[in-house]
Design a protein around this ligand. Structure first.
Ligand code: NAD
Length: 241
């Protein structure tokens, strides 16, 4: 990862922040795209002796993403890797799900992956690159109350495989990770009963940590993953196998 530049969407907190920190620890520079303040994450990466820029950008807005990617190239000189990690949940049973609940989740979780990938790919065409998309166990198995979220995360898998096939000859690898239940702000809001039931179903008998996902992302981005493309790796403690 030495001296590479990696864009991490949703990198200000949670899984995205753990990914950014690990890549920085391994010698890479980071560009964080997020809608919340990323100054703390940025300061932490700078303290590791790596370069880091934070861009306040809504990844569901194509023009804003294109502008931010141009700024990354201007500020950090290149783009080698992209981690499409930003995402939200608006969980409701279908009968209660409003059109805007569907549209927002698809826009922020899935259209953002199109926006960011389209914007970086032209910078990778000559140099090669690596892209990791954060899907979900919900996109693989489905989950009641998450039809919008599961559809967005399943969509990411189809997108990943298509773009992997499209750009393999340009030495651009595209993979996905499907995390299980990971302890972040996203899962904090779930009720205790849901957390208990989930934990009981995990063969490894613990919830995942953001670092568990960061390790898998690093593996795929780095030379260790150099012969892997179009793959979806489940990182879920055995919850789905
Ligand atoms: P999180 O809520 O802690 O972090 C998500 C980040 O995305 C936040 O920093 C948020 O500000 C950012 N974000 C949201 N909307 C954005 C937008 N429009 N533009 C830019 N940034 C935006 O959640 P997390 O648990 O760290 O989730 C990270 C990813 O992992 C998500 O895609 C999520 O769906 C996926 N995931 C999480 C779990 C889990 O158990 N936590 C499981 C499977 C998949």
């Amino acid at each position: 990862m030495n001296n590479t530049v990696t864009i991490v969407t949703g990198g200000a907190q949670g899984i995205g922040r753990a990914i950014s920190e690990l890549i920085a620890q391994k010698g890479g520079d980071i560009a964080i795209f997020d809608v919340i303040d990323g100054s703390e994450a940025k300061a932490s990466i700078l303290s590791k002796g790596r370069r880091c820029e934070f861009y306040k950008v809504d990844v569901s807005d194509l023009q804003a993403v294109q502008n931010a990617v141009d700024s990354v190239v201007k500020d950090l000189g290149r783009v080698d890797n992209l981690v499409n990690n930003a995402g939200i949940t608006i969980d409701k049973l279908l009968v209660r799900m409003k059109e805007e609940d569907w549209d927002s989740v698809i826009r922020i979780n899935l259209k953002s992956v199109f926006n960011c990938t389209k914007s970086v790919i032209r910078h990778m065409l000559k140099t090669g690159g690596s892209i990791v998309n954060i899907s979900s166990i919900a996109g693989v198995m489905g989950n009641p109350g998450q039809a919008n979220y599961a559809a967005s995360k399943a969509g990411i898998i189809g997108f990943t495989k298509s773009i992997a096939r499209e750009y393999a000859e340009r030495a651009i690898r595209v993979n996905a990770i499907a995390p299980g239940f990971i302890r972040t702000k996203m899962t904090d809001s779930l009720d205790e009963k849901t957390k208990e039931l989930t934990l009981a179903a995990v063969p490894l008998k613990r919830l995942g940590e953001p670092e568990d996902i960061a390790n898998a992302v690093y593996f795929l981005l780095s030379r260790y993953g150099s012969y892997i493309t179009g793959e979806v790796i489940n990182v879920n403690g055995g919850l789905h196998m």
